[in-house]
Structures are given as C-alpha cells and as structure tokens.
Design a protein around this ligand. Structure first.
Ligand code: PLP
Length: 424
C-alpha cells in the first residue's frame, strides 16, 4: 500500500474507480448503523440494573431527614461526599442536582447571564458583547449552550497537553470581554486528551482581565477508562487554592455514563463563595432534586471505590470497541498517509482528522452507505470546522459486529473521499 501523496494521477484515478466499485457494493447491503452519539450500549446500561432493586423501604425510611420529602437542597451528604471524592473537592463544595450535568452547566451559565456571579459587577447579559473560549475540537453541546445564550465563541486549538495555553493566557489576561472557557480536562471530547500538569497549573494561575472570569471544568469522563493505562489529572482546585483563584472554577460531573444516561445523578463543585451565591439562586428554582435517586446511587456504590469497580466492567465492554476502530484505522488507513488520530486511554470518542476539505464528504459517503456519524463540523462552534477535517467517532453504541462493519464503511469512505480530493 503506497501513500496517496506518492501516487501519480493515473494511479489515483484507477484507485478511485476500484474504491467506487467497492463502495457501491457495500452501499447495496442496505446497512443501518449509528456511530453518531456517545451513548452507552444496552449491554453497558444492563450493568446497572441492580440499581433498581438495591433500595428497600427500610433503607428509605432509615434516612433522616426523609429523602421522600422536601429538603437537603444541596443533596444527600453521602452523595456530596462521593462526588467530592470524584472531583477532588470538599463535600461542602459540592451541589448534587438532577440527572444531567449539561443541565447544570446550562443553568450555571444562564445564572451568569441573568444575575452575574458573586463577584460580578453586573449580569453578563448587561456587559455588551461577551465571549467564551472554546478549545477545538470540542463538545458540540457546550457550543450549543453558549450560542443559545448569545455568547460569542472564540476557538483555541487543542494540543496534546490540552488547549494551547499561550493563546488562552494572551486572550484571557488581556480581553475583559472574555468571561469564560469550556474545558473537558480528562479524556476530552472528542480527542481523548488529558490536560498535563503544566496546563492545569497555568489555568489556576490565569490573571483574567474580566474579574468574574470562570473556567467551566466539565469532568464528564473522570472515571471512564477504556484502557489498562489510566491517565491522571492534576487537581485544578488544589492548584487554584495555592494561587488564590478558587473562585474562578465551576466543576461538573455525572453518573450518566456510569449508571443510566437518562437517569443518573449529576453534580457541580465550586468554592464556598460561589456555592453560597448559587444556592441562594437555586433555592428560588426548586425545593430540592431527586434524593431517592441519590440514595439509590449511594446505596449501590457506597463510595468512589464502588464507582471505580463498576467502571472496570464498562472498560471491559468499551476497550474491545476502541480496539476494533483503531485496528481498522491502523491497518487500512495509516499506511496511506491520509488521516491522523489519537489513541485515547478513556472517554467516549476517537477523533479522526482526514485530509483538509474531506470531512463532510466522508460523513456524507458513510450516510449514503447506511452508517450515521456525527455531522462534520459539530466539534467546532457554530458547526463550522474551518479546515473541514475533524470527524468524531463514537464506538460505544453499536454491537461488536455492527462496529466492524461500520468501521469498514468509514475506512472505505475516507479512502474514496481522499482519492477524490487529491484528483480535484
Ligand atoms: N459533558 C461532556 C463532555 C459530554 O461528552 C457529555 C455527553 O456526551 C455530557 C457532558 C453530558 O452529560 P450529562 O448526561 O450529565 O448531561
């Protein structure tokens, strides 16, 4: 197999013809496969079925105050402790909410717009044009939240150690209209990168021009390993305490990809100053979240070690799926020099960078052949990947056989789109 860049025009034309024939054959199979979203498979959801039986009437009635009633706005103390251990915070720095961390992120950012935070001079919506930094490629729903709330997004490229911190520092420390940044610091979506210690320290030591600047530290994948090798993330809050910047951070996590994606438990963590301010506002929104579900999760896991043991079962299901995708890419694409990708130790995605100008065509070829991928561009603000090269692969949902087939279609589509592009 020769690298495509070394082929003559005639060789490339012949190749395109044979790839096209292969593609037509696969297309005629009438496949219906979905690699579009990072959803757990049914087998992963089945791992947590005991969650539904683990809580007895006696358990429920033995807890005081009564979890069936109103109260304990910040969450069950045991659950606050569990999330505190997960995020490396103190229990009193944790607020346990409903089932979705994305909802907590939206709500927290909306509060910034409506009211400002405890050290804001005024609500962000009254500050004229405000901006958020968005490391790219990134999580499409972060960008959706930001756009919906009318905040302008500025992209910052990801590097192998996290966002390019030279750019982050230059922008944040000099432009007071930049009010925040989105971060997925561990097994980032979609690159699977864990921020280096230096990156975390540089975040803690930012000197933002906006005094009420906030880092939205979405630690969605902090216990989600897909390899025997586990990445480690330095504790941002510890570093912030040393630098006196602990008020600049909001942390988020959930059990969406630990138990049930639609019925887990989510939490945010922040400094005492931020907590006091946010709790006062939240107390006008709700008298309390679902503490029965919190107790159920607590009984099921007991502590962070319980969560970690459970995540090993997820790893056993996810690891072979990541290996399937990586094997196909290694064997079929690597020798051709037409795409690049990373080998994440955790998270939910493999981030594939094809030749510039090819991502949309690859996604469209896959779709025509019955394989749905995340739309090209989704990993960038406003859905626009300026180089049209990033594709997010989500291997979790399909079965092993479906994934084999879907990845074959993907590789074929990458080859066909690349040959077409080089001939154009
Ligand atoms: N944050 C990241 C980085 C994600 O990838 C996802 C889901 O894919 C979420 C948050 C959603 O979390 P939740 O289900 O807790 O709302």
């Amino acid at each position: 197999m020769a690298r495509y860049s070394e082929l003559s025009v005639d060789e490339l034309s012949a190749l395109r013809e044979s790839l096209q024939a292969e593609y037509e054959e696969i297309k005629s199979c009438g496949l219906k496969l979905d690699m579009s979203r990072g959803k757990p498979s049914a087998a992963q959801l089945d791992l947590s079925m005991d969650l539904l039986n683990c809580l007895t009437e006696e358990d429920i009635k033995s807890v005081s105050p009564d979890v069936r009633n109103y109260g304990l706005l910040e969450g069950l103390p045991g659950m606050r402790k569990l999330f505190a251990d997960m995020l490396g915070l103190k229990p009193e720095e944790i607020f346990v909410g409903g089932n979705s961390s994305l909802n907590l992120m939206y709500d927290t950012l909306a509060k910034g717009m409506l009211f400002g935070y405890y050290n804001s001079e005024k609500p962000w919506s009254q500050c004229g044009k405000i901006k958020f930094l968005c490391p790219v490629p990134g999580y499409d729903r972060h960008f959706g939240v930001t756009e919906t709330l009318g905040i302008e997004m500025l992209t910052v490229p990801m590097t192998s150690t996290g966002p390019d911190m030279d750019i982050v520092e230059e922008l944040v420390n000099n432009d007071a209209s930049i009010k925040g940044i989105w971060c997925v610091p561990m097994y980032s979506n979609p690159d699977g990168i864990t921020y280096s210690d230096e990156t975390v320290r540089r975040f803690a030591n930012l000197k933002p021009a906006a005094k009420d600047f906030r880092i939205f530290w979405d630690n969605a994948y902090c216990v989600h390993h897909v390899s025997d090798q586990h990445d480690e993330l330095l504790n941002l809050m510890d570093e912030c305490r040393k630098a006196g910047t602990e008020d600049s951070v909001f942390m988020f996590a959930s059990t969406s990809k630990v138990t049930f994606s639609g019925a887990g438990v989510a939490a945010f963590g922040c400094s005492e100053n931020n907590m006091k301010h946010l709790v006062k506002l939240i107390s006008m929104q709700t008298i309390g979240f679902d503490k029965v579900n919190q107790l159920r999760h607590l009984k099921y896991f007991k502590d962070l070690d319980g969560v970690k043991a459970h995540m090993e079962k997820h790893c056993a299901l996810m690891k072979p799926k990541f290996e399937t995708v990586l094997r196909h890419l290694d064997e079929e694409i690597a020798p051709l020099g037409i795409a690049e990708w990373k080998r994440p130790n955790g998270g939910y995605f493999i981030s594939l960078n094809v030749l510039s100008g090819c991502a949309k065509q690859v996604v469209s070829l896959c779709k025509e052949a019955g394989v749905v991928l995340t739309p090209a561009g989704a990993t960038f603000p406003y859905g626009v990947d300026p180089l049209d090269r990033n594709i997010r692969i989500a291997p979790s949902f399909p079965t092993a056989e479906e994934l084999e087939m879907a990845t074959k279609v993907l590789c074929l589509s990458v080859k066909l789109a690349s040959a077409e592009q080089l001939l154009a």
